[in-house]
Design a protein around this ligand. Structure first.
Ligand code: URA
Ligand code: CA
Length: 436
């Protein structure tokens, strides 16, 4: 086989076989095929696309390019959740212990914040002592004994995705559906889960802003998961405004703890129960959808999920006393209230602007090497459909470094549109995409 022939084949819109895809991925990961040839291949895929079968093969081959986790011996049904990324999206912090409390196995590999969206690793690392750099043995040992653990992605897993993603970034081939789908799903497949739920965000704070694009991605992710024998569904959910009320690392840990005590914001609780219900149904423990939702809700209100959270924090070296004393979490030195410029109803609260403003305060990274400040962020006191009174706070900035305070302040103010007419809150769960 020659790489140049396979590039030509894809350039001309033909389908690549499993052997051919295997040859290309092995060659690239093994350093035998140079970047310039893979760049041409990626651009050919960008223009010619791949059908579901071809994308499923690419996904499978990528997943097998490194270590695969075997969770088949674990007691509970192994599940995973993926979000395409949102602003103030605290669901993983709640879902990991909630699913474990429901008896499922959660071996969660996660990433750090990049761009305007947060990462679960950064959020949980704001708990003093919490470690995510677990060895493979330590990680799997915790999962086996306690049903849950969270670790950073390691270099030995899915090296093909890491290499391809870097190359896509510099060849303008990131936004190709088969490349996005294979990138996301290869990591889920390598992670060993049998049941997968994908939270595909839609709206200004999402990676894909238009519903139609989000729907295409959701359908493609589900189709590829089904091809590879996984139980999988996707929820398309609103990201036109931030989820919950807190945006920022330690602030979101506080919000997650409140939710695990049954006192969280309703949208966050509802989304966690809806995403979790998909996985509970896949496990076969419960067969009725609304029963699954209510079961999960009860685990948030009877401290079962909170207990699993405490156990996870203890297991990973963190101080479990944070759940009773939120003052143990990093706290910003200054709170700045943003006042409503007029009285009325919040008609729009632009998620992207809030995410960017939180980043400016130091909650996120602009480049991979930036250091985040876990204490800072934004509380959205008023959300869409809620009344605001002139001179009362609509949002609060949590600030440590005052350098960007003024810019963040004006961004948050501009994120709000306050009008006279009553409006409804946006629908949280826009669509459900299933594999059948
Ligand atoms: N997230 C991923 O992991 N990969 C992509 O290609 C896009 C989003
Ligand atoms: Ca939040």
């Amino acid at each position: 086989m020659k790489t140049v022939d396979l590039i030509r084949k894809k350039r001309d819109g033909e389908k690549l076989s499993r052997d051919e895809i295997q040859f290309l991925i092995d060659g690239y990961v093994g350093g035998k095929i140079p970047d310039y040839q893979v760049s041409a291949l990626l651009m050919s895929i960008y223009f010619r696309g791949m059908d579901d079968q071809e994308t499923a093969i690419l996904t499978d081959v990528m997943a097998h390019s490194g270590t695969m986790l075997d969770l088949s011996k674990m007691k509970g049904f192994p599940v995973d959740k993926h979000s395409t990324g949102g602003v103030g999206d605290t669901t993983s912090l709640v879902l990991i212990p909630l699913l474990a409390a429901a008896g499922l196995t959660v071996a969660k590999l996660s990433g750090r914040s990049l761009g305007h969206t947060g990462g679960t690793i950064d959020k949980l690392e704001s708990i003093p002592g919490f470690r995510t750099d677990l060895s493979r043995e330590e990680f799997l040992g915790l999962v086996e004994r306690t049903g849950l653990a969270l670790a950073d992605h390691t270099a030995d897993m899915v090296p093909a995705d890491r290499l391809l993603y870097e190359l896509r970034n510099v060849t303008s081939t990131v936004d190709s559906l088969p490349l996005i789908v294979s990138s996301i799903m290869s990591k889920k497949i390598a992670g060993g889960a049998r049941g997968i739920v994908i939270d595909v965000k839609t709206g200004s704070g999402a990676f894909l802003k238009k519903l139609e694009e989000s729907r295409h991605l959701a359908q493609a992710l589900v189709a590829i998961g089904v091809h590879l024998g996984r139980k999988i569904s996707a929820l398309i959910t609103d990201m036109s405004q931030p989820l919950g009320r807190m945006v920022g690392n330690a602030l979101e840990v506080r919000e997650a703890i409140a939710t695990l005590k049954g006192n969280g914001p309703k949208d966050l609780e509802d989304l966690c129960c809806a995403l979790g219900a998909e996985l509970v149904l896949f496990s076969g423990e419960i067969s009725d959808h609304s029963q699954a939702v209510e079961h999960l809700r009860s685990l948030l209100h009877d401290d079962s999920a909170l207990k699993k959270f405490v156990q996870m924090v203890e297991n990973q070296g963190g101080n479990p006393a944070v759940v009773d004393d939120l003052g143990l979490l990093p706290t910003a030195s200054k709170k700045v209230q943003i006042m409503a410029p007029r009285s009325g109803v919040v008609r729009d609260l632009d998620a992207l602007s809030i995410g960017r403003a939180a980043n400016l305060l130091g909650a996120g990274r602009f480049t991979k090497d930036d250091v985040i400040d876990p204490a800072v962020g934004i509380e959205v006191v008023r959300k869409v459909s809620e009344h605001a009174d002139k001179g009362e706070p609509v949002a609060i900035l949590y600030v440590n470094n005052q350098a960007n305070e003024e810019q963040a302040k004006s961004m948050v103010l501009q994120a709000y549109t306050i009008a006279d007419k009553e409006v409804n809150a946006p629908k949280l769960i826009v669509e459900r995409v299933t594999g059948d």
